[in-house]
Design a protein around this ligand. Structure first.
Ligand code: MN
Length: 414
């Protein structure tokens, strides 16, 4: 059985003033082509489908068209769960219609998928809160999916019937998963877990989260979930949330039957912040047969733009680099001994279509002290800064007439 694992599409997300819609269209088309080329049997989208609770129309449009194409006329089921950026109700709203196409949405950890079957041969064999068993056309092997969409700690504990209990979330989720696995996951089928959570291998350091993903730490920081919480029956764990593709663990629960049971974040299909600059993006293809270890292939995505962080010394070096990297979205730091002039800023933006941010890193050459550099203290008042600047550029103090003029302009500006 071939399982295509992707996550963190964040449809509708922009980078400051720059729309990413065209890139999102291109990279989702790429994912569709991969599913078709590899003849994937099922597609998992592990949360953060949209970037906001109320995504723009064009993002919603792209989302449904992509899922519809992925289903291949109802033959290839798509299972999509909510992440912390998604509205669980919105995700589940089109469910009755989506099921007709072979798309299964889960917004909550306690979501119960009603059993159904399609003419294509796809059917939901069994269903429980946070669990479903699927039969795909052309195979007798059932696919069992434990699913846990994102929920904050409070909602998760309410669902698990814990109220305000102090009990560790990891312990109670483990018990919940184990109960489902013991009830439904034997060696006659393929057994997987899909979730949008912050999970690490016990004893490992916390990986860096993208800035905007920080809030979820309350499910992961004090209340870390560990790969050892995953039941031994599970052959593959498909995670969403962290935007860097990586294997969290190879063999979390030593199982007598499985030599390995990989746990992966697929990562996002596009770099969404400059913290992800230079990252390669992927989808994952897990191939699994009952009772055996999954093998996982990392497939590179190529159609989104690169995010580049460049630190240049001086405007000339920056211009040179920009001309050689025209396809990237750029965060540019310029080390300069004075402020950037309006003309220089103009030259920079004329040299490249997608400079998202320019950060001048101003050093200052003391005329008297020779070539020694020091940073300018920007907290000083405007008049002092101007005197300093004038002194630097002209090598002399501004006269009183000039200072008067400057103060007049400053007053008018205020
Ligand atoms: Mn997330």
């Amino acid at each position: 059985m071939k399982i295509l694992h992707t996550a963190d599409w964040h449809l509708g997300k922009r980078l400051d003033d720059f729309s990413r819609l065209e890139e999102q269209q291109a990279v989702l088309q790429e994912i569709c082509e991969i599913a078709e080329r590899e003849a994937a049997d099922v597609v998992l989208v592990a949360g953060d489908l949209f970037d906001t609770f109320n995504p723009p129309t064009e993002a919603v449009d792209l989302f449904y068209r992509t899922l519809k194409r992925l289903t291949d006329g109802g033959r290839r089921p798509v299972v999509a769960i909510a992440g912390n950026h998604d509205s669980p109700d919105r995700i589940e709203a089109p469910d009755p219609l989506a099921r007709e196409c072979g798309i299964i949405f889960a917004g909550y950890p306690q979501t119960l998928i009603p059993p159904f079957s399609l003419d294509s041969g796809l059917s939901v064999l069994q269903s429980d809160e946070g669990f479903l068993a699927l039969r795909m056309p052309g195979t007798e092997v059932p696919l069992r999916i434990l699913f846990t969409p994102y929920a904050n700690e409070y909602r998760l504990k309410m669902f698990l019937g814990l109220g305000d209990s102090e009990e560790e979330l990891s312990t109670v989720l483990q018990e919940r998963w184990q109960k489902l696995a013991d009830r439904y996951c034997d060696r006659d089928g393929v057994n997987i877990l899909v979730s949008h959570l912050f999970m690490i291998q016990k004893g490992e350091a916390f990986p860096e989260e993208p800035e905007e993903e920080k809030p979820i730490l309350h499910v992961g920081g004090a209340q870390a979930l560990y790969t050892e919480n995953i039941p031994a029956q599970i052959q593959y764990t498909a995670l969403g949330h962290l935007h860097r593709m990586h294997r969290v663990d190879t063999s979390p629960s030593p199982s007598p039957s499985l030599s390995t049971s990989p746990v992966f974040y697929s990562g996002s299909p596009l770099s969404y912040s400059f913290a992800e600059a230079g990252q390669q993006k992927y989808v994952l293809l897990a191939e699994i047969v009952p009772g055996e270890a999954a093998s996982v292939r990392e497939i590179i995505l190529t159609r989104a733009r690169k995010l580049s962080r460049k630190r240049a010394t001086g405007v000339d070096e920056a211009l040179q680099w920009l001309s050689e990297n025209r396809d990237a979205l750029v965060e540019l730091t310029i080390v300069t001994d004075t402020f950037l002039t309006a003309r220089e800023r103009k030259m920079l933006s004329a040299a490249h279509p997608a400079i998202v941010t320019v950060i001048p890193e101003v050093t200052h050459v003391e005329i008297a002290g020779g070539s020694e550099k020091r940073a300018i203290d920007l907290s000083r008042d405007m008049e002092t800064l101007f005197r300093d600047y004038f002194q630097h550029v002209k090598g002399q103090e501004p006269n009183n007439e000039l200072m008067q003029l400057f103060n007049e302009m400053l007053a008018e500006e205020a």
